[in-house]
Ligand binder design. Structure first.
Ligand code: ADP
Length: 373
C-alpha cells in the first residue's frame, strides 16, 4: 500500500477505532489531541500534543501530512483551508466542516438544499428570547460546541428564559418525536455514494443521553427508503468526501426531519464493526484513500449500549461485571481505556449481535441487570 501520511484531528475513541481498522490496510495514522491521556495516544507512535481548535497547532501538524481527517468537528477550519490550499488533502472539506460546526449555518444549508428540518430562528442572546415568547415552547440549541445533549434545553414558557443559554443559539419548534434514527452515509471523491440502514436510538428522556441503539430500526420499509434518500441527498448537497451521520426524527404523524449532522465516524455507527460487511471506520479510510466504497450490507441484527463511568464507589464492581459479560455469546465489549472520568462519561460500549433485534434486546436486558447489580 502506498505509504501516505494520514493525520487525524482528535484522539478519542472514534480515532482509536479508526486506527484499529487502518491496521488491516497497513496504513499509518498520526493523531493530534490536546491531552496526552487521549485514547489514541497509546496506539500510534506518531501522537502529537496540540489543540485541534488552535490555528498554529493544526497548521504545524497538518503540513507534514498527505491527508487530514477528523474524529471531532471542533477543529480550526482556517488552518485546514490553508493546508488544503497548500496541497494537503482535507476530508471532509473545511467548507463542509464549517457549515456543520454551527447549528444555524447547518440548518440554513439543509433548508436551502430542500432537506426537511424543524423550523427555527437565530437567537443571539438571552434577552432576544423575551421577544420570541410567541415561538414557545421551543427547543433552544447552542450554535457551537454543544454535545451529548449539553447544548440543548427545552424552553416551555417565558419563566424558563431566565435559565436559558446567553450565547448564539437557535430556537427550534418542538417536534412531536416518535422515534430518533440515524443514517451513516459515505461519499468518495468520484461521487460514489452509499449508506447504511438506519439505526434507532432510544434515549433516556431525563438526561437526554442514549440508552441503547438498535439496528435494523423497527420502522416501515418506506421510511427506511426515505431516510436513506435524505442521507444521500444531504451528502450530495454537501459534495461530501468523507462519512456523515445524519440524525433524524420520525414525527408522530410519520414525517422525517433532519435533526443534526456529524461529518465523521459516529456513535450511531459503532455496530458496523460487528454487524456490517464494512465498518464505518474502514469506509472512511477507503474514502480518504480514494478507494472504492465497501459494502454497507448488514450481516446481523444488533443492539449497542454505552457503558458510562459509574460513581467512584461502584468502579471495582463494574469492572467485575464487565468481565462476566464477556462470557456471553456474541457480546462485544469495546473499552476505551480513558483515564478516569466524571460520573456519566462514556467509557466504552457493548455491541450485541444476533439473528433478530428481539434476541439481541433480551441479551441487552441481561447485561443491564448484571451491570446494575
Ligand atoms: P446533541 O448535539 O447534544 O446531541 P441534539 O440536537 O441531538 O443535541 O438534541 C438532543 C436531544 O434533544 C435529541 O436527541 C432530542 O431527543 C431532543 N430534541 C432536539 N431537538 C428537539 C426538538 N426540536 N424538539 C423536541 N426535542 C428535541
Amino acid at each position: 500500500m502506498e505509504q501516505l501520511k494520514i493525520g487525524v484531528l482528535g484522539g478519542g475513541q472514534l480515532g482509536a477505532m479508526l486506527i484499529r481498522h487502518a491496521i488491516d490496510f497497513g496504513l499509518n495514522i498520526s493523531v493530534m489531541d490536546k491531552s496526552l491521556d487521549a485514547p489514541c495516544a497509546r496506539y500510534t507512535s506518531s501522537f502529537h500534543l496540540g489543540n485541534p481548535m488552535n490555528y498554529q497547532d493544526v497548521l504545524d501538524f497538518g503540513k507534514n501530512m498527505d491527508i487530514i481527517t477528523i474524529e471531532i468537528e471542533a477543529v480550526n477550519t482556517k488552518a485546514l483551508r490553508e493546508l488544503s490550499n497548500n496541497g494537503v488533502k482535507v476530508f471532509p472539506s473545511p467548507e463542509t466542516i464549517e457549515i456543520i460546526q454551527n447549528k444555524h449555518s447547518q440548518k440554513k444549508f439543509l433548508e436551502n438544499a430542500g432537506i426537511p428540518v424543524a423550523p427555527s430562528v437565530l437567537v443571539n442572546n438571552k434577552s432576544e428570547l423575551y421577544g420570541l415568547v410567541n415561538n414557545l415552547p421551543g427547543c433552544l440549541k447552542l450554535c457551537s460546541n454543544g454535545y451529548d445533549g449539553k447544548g440543548v434545553m427545552i424552553i416551555r414558557s417565558a419563566q424558563d428564559i431566565e435559565k436559558a443559554f446567553d450565547e448564539p443559539s437557535i430556537l427550534e419548534e418542538l417536534v412531536d418525536i416518535k422515534h430518533e434514527i440515524s443514517v451513516i452515509v459515505a461519499r468518495n471523491e468520484n461521487g460514489q455514494v452509499d449508506c447504511y440502514d438506519p439505526v434507532m436510538m432510544i434515549f433516556n428522556k431525563e438526561r437526554m443521553l442514549l440508552d441503547y441503539q438498535l439496528c435494523p430500526a423497527d420502522i416501515p420499509d418506506e421510511t427506511v427508503a426515505e431516510a436513506r434518500n435524505i442521507a444521500i441527498k444531504t451528502a450530495e448537497a454537501l459534495k461530501l468526501t468523507g462519512i456523515l451521520a445524519v440524525e433524524m426524527f420520525i414525527t408522530n404523524d410519520g414525517k422525517l426531519l433532519v435533526n443534526e449532522l456529524a461529518p465523521r465516524p459516529h456513535n450511531s455507527g459503532h455496530h458496523t464493526i460487528e454487524a456490517a460487511v464494512t465498518s464505518q471506520y474502514e469506509q472512511l479510510l477507503r474514502v480518504i484513500m480514494g478507494w472504492p466504497l465497501g459494502s454497507t450490507k448488514l450481516t446481523n441484527s444488533s443492539v449497542m449500549m454505552n457503558v458510562l463511568e459509574p460513581a467512584a464507589s461502584e468502579k471495582k464492581n463494574m469492572e467485575k461485571a464487565l468481565v462476566s459479560i464477556l462470557g456471553l455469546e456474541d457480546v462485544h465489549l469495546h473499552w476505551y481505556g480513558k483515564k478516569g472520568g466524571s460520573e456519566g462519561r462514556k467509557m466504552g460500549h457493548i455491541t450485541i449481535t444476533d439473528d433478530t433485534v428481539e434476541k439481541a434486546l433480551s441479551k441487552a436486558a441481561t447485561i443491564r441487570n448484571i451491570l446494575k447489580a
